[in-house]
Ligand binder design. Structure first.
Ligand SMILES: [Zn+2]
Length: 323
């Protein structure tokens, strides 16, 4: 059995998957809001509950046996978080769930659960889930993109997340948008301190801001899409600018890692024109005479985070025995 936990700012979800990836049980609880220790305890309780619900032979969840837990004491647990572990400190960084920042979440959870724990950021969990159980099934290399309030990315190859030397692989949202036109310089300010980041051009709020700059009217992306659909040329121009920018950003990914497919998630993945139009818009920015990379919509929706977390232990499908 594989256990995955998706730790969000307001809700924490857990899933238990069987050996072939079939869903055995799923639970969702509010994320405790009274401090880090409560979050750790809450995840430990949730793991115990979902194992009970899935009918697992629950391994001993007892006193801490410390980090670097040995083999033979049950399956590892995967945790997806809105942030990442710093390779310098082993502690959480870049998390918008600020209660986590500065804590060694994997070690603390391993101690609380008596089992090894892997922590990954939510974009990597998204990419892994879609590669293993969603739109990217069967593909060797998948680039997963979250286009939501931010822009994140994850690379999965041969069923594993490519984490990278600095644990930042795939996070191209804070690269500058390439191939700028004169009107795009210097570009919108980004919260990271840079200007013209891909995120500052291509996220949902960035799409709204671009429309507002052109029209003075603030609309959310679904409203802009609805107007474009109804024939509003101004809204269509906004979507066209966004499409062209996203195409340039993704063409850069193709030139670097040339994935077998690209899968989109997050709120803007509901913009259906992206799937019809992106490949053609990307083509002229890709340095290749052949360009046939599919751009697909996610299949797992909001479940991708928790399912990807469960697949963080790809080579350990059994509930007993060592690694
Ligand atoms: Zn940025």
């Amino acid at each position: 059995m594989r256990i995955g936990v998706d730790l969000g700012g307001t809700k924490t979800e857990a899933v238990a998957l069987g050996p072939a990836g079939e869903e055995l049980a799923r639970l969702r609880v509010p994320t405790p809001d009274d401090g880090y220790d409560s979050v750790v305890r809450g995840i430990a309780d949730l793991v115990a509950a979902i194992e009970a619900q899935a009918g697992a032979q629950a391994p001993a969840i007892g006193p801490s046996i410390g980090p670097g837990i040995g083999p033979g004491i049950g399956p590892g647990i995967g945790i997806g978080i809105p942030g990442s572990l710093s390779p310098a400190t082993g502690r959480v960084r870049n998390a918008n769930s600020t209660v986590l920042i500065g804590h060694a979440l994997d070690r603390d959870l391993a101690a609380a659960l008596g089992r090894p724990v892997r922590v990954e950021n939510d974009a990597n969990c998204f990419a892994l889930a879609e590669a293993m159980a969603g739109a990217g099934q069967g593909a060797e290399t998948v680039f997963g993109v979250i286009l939501g309030t931010g822009v994140g990315g994850g690379i999965v190859t041969a069923g594993r997340v490519l984490a990278g030397r600095n644990l930042i692989a795939g996070e191209w949202g804070h690269n500058r948008l390439p191939a700028l036109s004169a009107g795009e310089i210097p570009g919108p300010a980004c919260y990271c301190g840079r200007t013209g980041c891909i995120e500052a051009w291509c996220s949902g709020p960035a799409l709204s801001a671009d429309h507002a700059r052109a029209t003075g009217e603030t609309l959310d992306p679904p409203a802009i899409a609805a107007r474009a659909e109804a024939g509003d040329p101004i809204a269509q121009e906004t979507l066209e600018r966004h499409l062209g920018r996203l195409a340039r950003a993704l063409a850069g990914v193709v030139n670097l890692i040339d994935p077998d497919l690209i899968v989109l998630g997050g709120g803007l993945s509901n913009l259906d024109h992206l799937y019809h139009r992106l490949p053609e818009a990307m083509r002229r920015h890709v340095f290749s005479d052949v360009f046939e990379t599919p751009v697909l919509k996610n299949r797992l929706g909001d479940s991708a985070g928790v399912i990807g977390a469960a697949w963080l232990w790809p080579d350990e499908p059994r509930t007993e025995g060592g690694r």
